[in-house]
Design a protein around this ligand. Sequence first.
Ligand SMILES: NC(=O)c1ccc[n+]([C@@H]2O[C@H](COP(=O)([O-])OP(=O)(O)OC[C@H]3O[C@@H](n4cnc5c(N)ncnc54)[C@H](O)[C@@H]3O)[C@@H](O)[C@H]2O)c1
Length: 283
Amino acid sequence: MDFKGKVAVITGAASGIGRGVAIEMAKLGADIVTADLDDKNLESACKEIKSLGRRALLVHCDVSKDADVENLAKQTFASMGKCDILMNNAGTAVRGPVEHLTVANWEWLVQINFLGVIRGVRAFLPYMLQRGSGYIINTGSGAGFNATEPPGLFESNIPYAATKFGLVGLSEGLFGYLRPKGIAVSVLCPGFVATNLSANVHFVGDDEKEFQLKPEDIQKEKEALFSSPDVETPEGVAKILIKGMNEDRFLIFTHAGMVKSFKEERGQDFGKLEQHLQKKFPK
Ligand SMILES: NC(=O)c1ccc[n+]([C@@H]2O[C@H](COP(=O)([O-])OP(=O)(O)OC[C@H]3O[C@@H](n4cnc5c(N)ncnc54)[C@H](O)[C@@H]3O)[C@@H](O)[C@H]2O)c1
């Protein structure tokens, strides 16, 4: 895919994977619309994009709000005139024992991780359909295919996995519907990536001592994660994503070891699924 002169809209672009992808696409010649809640880090991302000689637009956007995502599309078309790539990437997690989660806890997460993506699709898809081209990337997770790993962590991560399973289903449906219409859809499926995700997680029971995770516990978890031999960097993920886009793949996994273990332990054959979908829905 030639990124030169393309416009990419990326949610969650202030940090981690979104920021890594924004910089990598800018290096390849794309102009970037950066969207996030975090204006301060968005500003520095935009500065970096501009230093690469590309245009950058900063849009404050909470993907859990209809009006913010509608405004994102409005600002994009007013300022950049088009949208070639939409990356629905903003995401977070609610962590805590499932028996203590309130419906409000579930709602908070679903509003961001699932409905946030639907809002993005609603805001940009009519334009892409009219044009007969475009590329939608949704950031899923390995947890979108396996809700019972890793031991010791999955038990408090059930809501996150549930939203990511939903996202994979949504993305597969969109792939089948949109590929014959000239619009590509991929789901990025990261394993562990060194980002600020754990710092942004909402811990259920924050006000109940027994479930509270102290800042030092979060730091410990982060250190363990970041020192794991399996951890990827946001820059590494961005390169893997772009390679997957160039190979026209629906499923873009960041960790080969994860794919291998899902196949061996759970019988999930993603190579086969990829082939099946590509054949069933030709361009
Ligand atoms: N880091 C990992 O190990 C990992 C693994 C699998 C999937 N993912 C997914 O990758 C995506 C990016 O996460 P990351 O790891 O880069 O984390 P991150 O916390 O570094 O970045 C996420 C960004 O999303 C933004 N965000 C959060 N809620 C938002 C909202 N309501 N509206 C707009 N922006 C919002 C945050 O401000 C932050 O800048 C997420 O969807 C996450 O679920 C991450």
